[in-house]
Design a protein around this ligand. Structure first.
Ligand code: C5P
Length: 237
């Protein structure tokens, strides 16, 4: 079920994981007839700082700035202040209590998303750290803490989105990476482990999905986007 009224063109956030500003702009120009939301992450930000961010916003699109701030609270606060009032829609931070508190206190016009557990992280990675709880419980615990501390939403895989939506309500924004095309996909061929299709993630309760390589590496990105949007329309009515 579609959780909120979000236009189809804002459901998929295209991750601009490319080397140079010009490549990112070219990808936006190719996708913008169908997609109005783009993610700038570490690679592109290292290459272009705010150049591409500002350019996308000036073209009338939305930006998720995915730098996953993780530092002492004062440093996170100062970093969040640098992002305020530029027109960024979502910014990401790590989901630890002191970091969330500092970021929430400094938040301006954008929404803050706390990373729960990376989608490249599997149960075996958790066991290797000596942790006995399940990823689902850890994601739920972190998401609940983030919401209680005033965060706007979380980044979580599609496998946990359903429980978060059901137990934490409609107010929580859920953004889901680890999206791969194809029915019943359960395990990835690359570094992503907790993957689902775009339709399944939205149907489970995610507000948006983040898609990188399936679009950026495609010969015909529009074809991939159209197929994912169809999947969303079919599964998430
Ligand atoms: O290429 P792919 O579709 O796996 O890209 C996913 C994007 O989402 C990457 O930019 C990655 O940094 C980001 N991301 C993620 N898992 C998170 C948070 C962000 O994969 N928990």
């Amino acid at each position: 079920m579609l959780t909120t009224e979000i236009p189809l063109q804002d459901r998929i956030i295209v991750a601009l994981d490319v080397e140079k500003a010009e490549q990112a702009k070219e990808l936006v120009r190719r996708c913008e007839s169908h997609v109005g939301f783009y993610k700038v992450g570490l690679q592109l930000f290292m290459a272009s700082w705010f150049e591409v961010v500002d350019w996308i916003i000036e073209r009338g699109h939305k930006v998720m700035l995915d730098l996953k701030f993780f530092d002492i609270p004062e440093t996170v606060k100062l970093a969040v202040e640098q992002v305020n009032n530029r027109g960024v829609t979502f910014a990401t931070i790590h989901g630890n209590d002191p970091i969330i508190r500092a970021a929430v206190a400094a938040r301006g016009d954008m929404k803050l998303l706390a990373v729960t557990v990376l989608t490249s992280f599997g149960e075996e990675d958790l066991r290797a750290m000596g942790m006995t709880q399940s990823i689902e419980d850890l994601v739920y615990f972190r998401a609940k803490r983030a919401l209680d501390l005033g965060c706007d939403g979380v980044v979580s895989s599609g496998l946990e989105a359903g429980r978060l939506r059901q137990d934490l309500g409609e107010k929580l924004l859920i953004v889901t990476p680890g999206i791969r095309p194809g029915a019943n996909v359960t395990d990835g061929e690359d570094d992503q482990k907790r993957i689902v299709t775009a339709g399944r993630a939205i149907a489970a309760g995610a507000n948006h999905v983040v898609v990188g390589r399936p679009i950026t590496k495609a010969d015909d990105p529009i074809r991939v986007i159209e197929a994912m949007q169809q999947d969303i329309l079919q599964l998430a009515r």
